[in-house]
Design a protein around this ligand. Structure first.
Ligand SMILES: Cc1ncc(COP(=O)(O)O)c(C=O)c1O
Length: 435
């Protein structure tokens, strides 16, 4: 408890950084022994060596990938969840936890404008969420086309769809039909229709639109894509693992027009909604379809499956589940939804500030006008080794963690701003270091 209290009381946590396996071997050695090290020694090894060998994702200048910046309330409640021995796979065993998780899911479904009967489950991450949604979608297609099954099933999306979509297709052994995008990088209904006609693939059952791509924060044209999906009878899934947190922010809410047409969507509170890992909200317009697709059946489960209760395990892959939505629920219940709006808006303000500074700097090029809170840019004259050296130096000096990315075949870099404690001064420090 005192370790946790100290970790949570830092004004600014040290960034820390990775060490080689050889270094860790020499500093830590073998920890699994027949008699045990004892809790104090094991904790000392963790606190002195292992923890500092992990980068602090909640540092205000951790701006790589998609960071995670939990509120103190959410982090504290993660400890409570661990101490409470909850099982949140079934209503029978975890009704109190499931009730609270469902209120948090309902807030998100309501922000998206889905009907009151919408619902789902908190799963470990966007990857599992996307896969589970597509499995439900294919289940429905199999039912709908029982007498007329295609040789191969397929999902359509753009090259900007997250890597987890193609990975889901691999796991499901289905095809991915790529839809070309225009210069703005967005998937649109007309482009979707044309690509489907041109591909001639008769097994497309779902379309994945992205609401906030990982690299650039692009929001697809959900409205026109949703319209085409409805016309063609295709399942409309929206991957908003990162970006759909923006539903809470009035300044960007209009970008998501059409989300109310989604058959399913994911949004990760562990990304831009201030919850700790691992927490993805997976929401279905019609949860009954997902339940039919995912419910596991066995004699030992009859006691929980043969009734009308809400069993979260029935809505995704996985049976045993931690009440991973509760830290998010507790923080939301504690602070209220307005605080979430304010915090997301704050990150957007800082992202716009970063874009402005990049635009004004002669040695930097803004690569995409930020739609959300990701800001992607080029440092003129730099190639991959320069970005690498800069990034390594920032981390070694405990200044920041900003890695490069590839965009249109070029090495560039990006700032992903989801931590409300990231300030304009933090952005200045990072951008000044590129001079
Ligand atoms: C748009 C998008 N979808 C899906 C994912 C995968 O989410 P997770 O890492 O939680 O599995 C990410 C992760 O960054 C993402 O940005």
């Amino acid at each position: 408890m005192s370790y946790s209290r100290e970790r949570m009381s830092y004004q600014e946590v040290p960034l820390d950084g990775p060490r080689s396996a050889a270094e860790l071997q020499s500093l830590v050695g073998q920890t699994i022994t027949p008699d045990g090290l004892g809790g104090e020694k094991a904790l000392r090894l963790f606190g002195d060596v292992l923890a500092p060998a992990c980068i602090s994702i909640d540092h205000p200048r951790y701006l790589s990938f998609i960071p995670c910046a939990p509120t103190k309330a959410a982090t504290l409640f993660d400890l409570v969840v661990s101490a409470s021995s909850l099982y949140a796979g079934t209503w029978m065993e975890g009704s109190g936890a499931v009730y609270a998780e469902n209120q948090a899911l309902a807030w998100l479904a309501g922000l998206a404008g889905l009907p009151a009967e919408a619902g789902g489950v908190f799963v470990p991450g966007g990857t599992t969420g996307n896969l589970s949604a597509l499995v439900a979608a294919r289940y429905k297609a199999r039912q709908d086309r029982a007498g007329n099954r295609p040789a191969r099933w397929a999902v359509a999306g753009t090259e900007h769809a997250h890597s987890s979509i193609v990975s889901a297709c691999d796991v499901m052994d289905i095809d991915f039909v790529g839809v070309p995008v225009g210069p703005d990088g967005r998937l649109t209904g007309p482009a979707l229709r044309a690509a489907l006609e041109q591909s001639g693939h008769d097994g497309v059952f779902a379309v994945v639109a992205t609401a906030g791509t990982t690299n650039l924060g692009i929001v697809d044209d959900l409205d026109s894509v949703g319209t085409v999906c409805r016309e063609l009878g295709l399942w409309f899934h929206v991957d908003g693992a990162y970006g759909l947190a923006g539903l809470a922010a009035p300044s960007v809410r209009p970008r998501f027009a059409g989300i109310e047409r989604a058959d399913s969507f994911v949004v990760d509170p562990h990304k831009w909604l201030f919850a700790p890992f691992d927490c993805c909200a997976l929401i279905y317009r019609n949860p009954a379809v997902a339940r039919a697709a995912h419910t596991q059946r066995a004699g030992y489960l009859d006691v929980v499956t043969d009734n009308d209760e809400i069993n979260p395990s029935d809505y995704a892959i996985g049976l045993t589940r931690r009440a991973r939505g509760l830290p998010f629920w507790f923080s939301l219940a504690t602070h209220g939804t307005q605080a979430y709006t304010d915090a997301v808006e704050r990150t957007l303000t800082v992202a716009r500030y970063a874009a402005e500074r990049i635009r004004a700097a002669e040695h930097l090029d803004l690569l995409h006008e930020p739609e959300l809170s990701v800001v992607c840019f080029r440092r003129r004259g730099w190639s991959a080794p320069d970005y690498r050296a800069w990034s390594d130096r920032l981390l070694a000096d405990n200044q920041g963690f900003v890695v490069s990315t590839a965009h249109d075949g070029e090495t560039v870099t990006r700032l992903a701003i989801v931590n409300p404690e990231t300030s304009e001064a933090d952005i200045d420090l990072i951008l000044d270091s590129t001079a």
